[in-house]
Design a protein around this ligand. Structure first.
Ligand SMILES: [Ca+2]
Ligand SMILES: [Zn+2]
Length: 425
């Protein structure tokens, strides 16, 4: 009672002060409500910080051993092309079941990819092949090169279980000179595989569960804990001026304990509009690993998506610093805008290749990048990283220091200048 009497007397003695405090509180609440609607991502970070311990960043991904990959329950491989072009090629392996997502970057990459697959696809059967969209840096190796009238691409070289393709493409079937385009040759390759026993489905058929397709495929028959889940992309059934938006999107989920599932997200080259729809139509969890959208382009991996999936690691399939698509250094893959956005979530960013002054014009940055489940650990929950080059994070590479800034990663413009002048660049 004494306390509440003293409260009342405080209000009586300082009516103006109390009024000012009340107004401030109302304004703060109104601002918070406004912010909640304008920038919901800030709130999701605030109230669900995930594994943000340690300065707001995800934990290190421990380095693993090449010899442990084949026996891992699950491994996810990003195969580096042997050229200076950007291109996606991801192999997922769960026991004897393999999923190959895309086969870039060029038709000659089929040979590189097959050589890599020799170590992992030992039964000659690729159970699943996903072609995300019709751009050449994704489908070239599925077709391969021709000699004597036959092609050496992935779809001609393995027994394929199920092919999941994009629903739409605005590509032409013939060139101006009247020759078949790569897209046309891709359709031939799919038809060839289909005639040789592959089931062929579009992503929308998978989503809808029509024509024998499934939305979710179990990859490990023994335990049923690893699943490949085709997500809904609005542009499976609507046209877009950008071919990239037709990309097949997939969430790989690995249940490692009753209360823990590791997720991996693949969105091909999906652009901002596609990412916005993806978030709207799918319940996306936090992911251990995100394959950077569109090779780290400034137009993909937007905050609308990142704020939901809060990736703990990101792999960029590109040749860092190539002028293949633009002369603007800031927009070359992986772009400054991409770095600016992704740095809020993780420092664990890895990249396949980097431009070089050597005669090939490129060299491995991390090279082939493999994330695999470490089933031997006491908690059985860990993920390890192995790379054919080294396991340096993007931020610690010389290319990054010379070409990018990121205060959140400890690299300001002044640091960049100092680095460039000290290295004589
Ligand atoms: Ca197999
Ligand atoms: Zn691409």
């Amino acid at each position: 009672m004494a306390r509440s009497r003293s409260k009342i007397s405080f209000i009586k003695r300082h009516p103006k002060l109390v009024a000012v405090i009340a107004v401030v509180i109302v304004v703060l609440i109104a601002a918070a409500v406004l912010l909640y609607f304008l920038r919901p991502d800030l709130f999701s970070k605030l109230f669900d910080p995930g594994d943000d311990a340690g300065g707001g960043y995800s934990e290190e991904v421990p380095a693993g051993q090449l010899a442990d990959i084949t026996s891992a329950g699950l491994s996810v491989h990003f195969i580096a092309p042997e050229n200076s072009a950007a291109g996606d090629c991801t192999l997922i392996k769960a026991g004897d079941t393999e999923v190959l997502i895309d086969a870039g970057s060029q038709q000659s990459s089929a040979a590189t990819i097959k050589q890599y697959l020799d170590d992992y696809c030992t039964d000659g059967v690729l159970e699943y092949v996903i072609a995300t969209h019709a751009d050449s840096d994704h489908i070239s190796g599925l077709v391969g090169r021709s000699s004597g009238g036959s092609y050496d691409g992935i779809l001609y070289s393995y027994s394929i279980g199920t092919i999941i393709t994009f629903d739409r493409s605005d590509k032409e079937l013939t060139t101006k000179a009247g020759n078949p385009t790569l897209y046309s040759r891709f359709l031939d390759a799919v038809e060839y595989a289909g005639a040789n026993g592959a089931e062929v489905h579009t992503a929308l058929e998978c989503w809808n569960g029509t024509n024998g397709a499934q939305r979710s495929y179990i990859l490990d028959d023994e335990t049923g804990k690893i699943s490949m889940n085709i997500l809904y992309n609005y542009y499976y059934e609507h046209s877009s001026p950008d071919e990239n938006n037709y990309s097949v999107c997939m969430l790989l989920s690995h249940e490692i304990a009753e209360d823990r599932t590791n997720h991996y997200l693949f969105t091909g080259d999906l652009e901002k509009e596609g990412e916005e729809y993806l978030v709207r139509y799918n319940q996306l969890p936090q992911v251990e690993l995100f394959k950077a959208g569109h090779h780290g382009s400034p137009t993909s991996s937007n905050d609308c998506l990142l704020s939901v999936i809060r990736p703990k690691a990101v792999v960029v399939c590109c040749c860092a610093g190539t002028d293949e698509y633009t002369k603007d250094p800031d927009n070359q893959f992986p772009s400054q805008a991409f770095v600016d956005r992704v740095c809020a979530y993780t420092q664990n960013v890895y990249c396949t290749n980097v431009v070089s002054e050597n005669e090939d014009g490129y060299q491995p940055m991390n090279g082939d990048i493999v994330f695999y489940s470490d089933d031997s650990g006491s908690d059985g929950a860990g993920i390890k990283l192995w790379c054919s080059g080294n396991t340096l994070k993007l931020k610690d590479t010389d290319w990054f220091k010379a070409c990018r800034t990121c205060p959140a990663w400890g690299w300001t413009a002044a640091d960049r200048e100092a680095f460039v002048s000290s290295s004589g660049g």
